[in-house]
Write a protein that binds this ligand. Structure first.
Ligand SMILES: [Zn+2]
Length: 111
């Protein structure tokens, strides 16, 4: 199911496959995975065109977007299918996490 409005993040169905790209986008997408909360559960899982499978549930980003466990896989292995609009949403999520992390560190008493 492809959903590209602002409620969703990387709900795409990649058709091309590239050499895995390990760059700042991939690292940050992997970091974002640790910030996601489990959303709606399903009986089955989504299978990528390359055979990779997702977890059988949605994941919710810190900004409330719905995504899935293949988010970093798509950035790493299917970059050509990721639109600029999806990268902008990913960037917004990453910046939000960085800002939250910075604020939490500011509020932590230094010993
Ligand atoms: Zn894949």
């Amino acid at each position: 199911m492809i959903r590209n409005d602002n409620t969703y993040l990387l709900m795409i169905e990649p058709e091309s496959e590239s050499v895995p790209i390990q760059d700042v986008w991939t690292r940050r997408a992997m970091q974002l995975l640790f910030m996601l909360k489990i959303g709606k559960r399903y009986r089955g899982m989504h299978t990528c065109s390359c055979g990779a499978t997702s977890e059988p549930f949605d994941l919710i980003t810190p900004q409330g977007r719905i995504t899935h466990s293949l988010v970093a896989h798509y950035i790493e292995c299917h970059r050509d299918d990721v639109t600029q609009a999806e990268l902008v949403k990913l960037y917004a999520e990453i910046m939000n996490c960085s800002r939250q992390h910075a604020l939490e560190n500011m509020n932590t008493p230094q010993s």
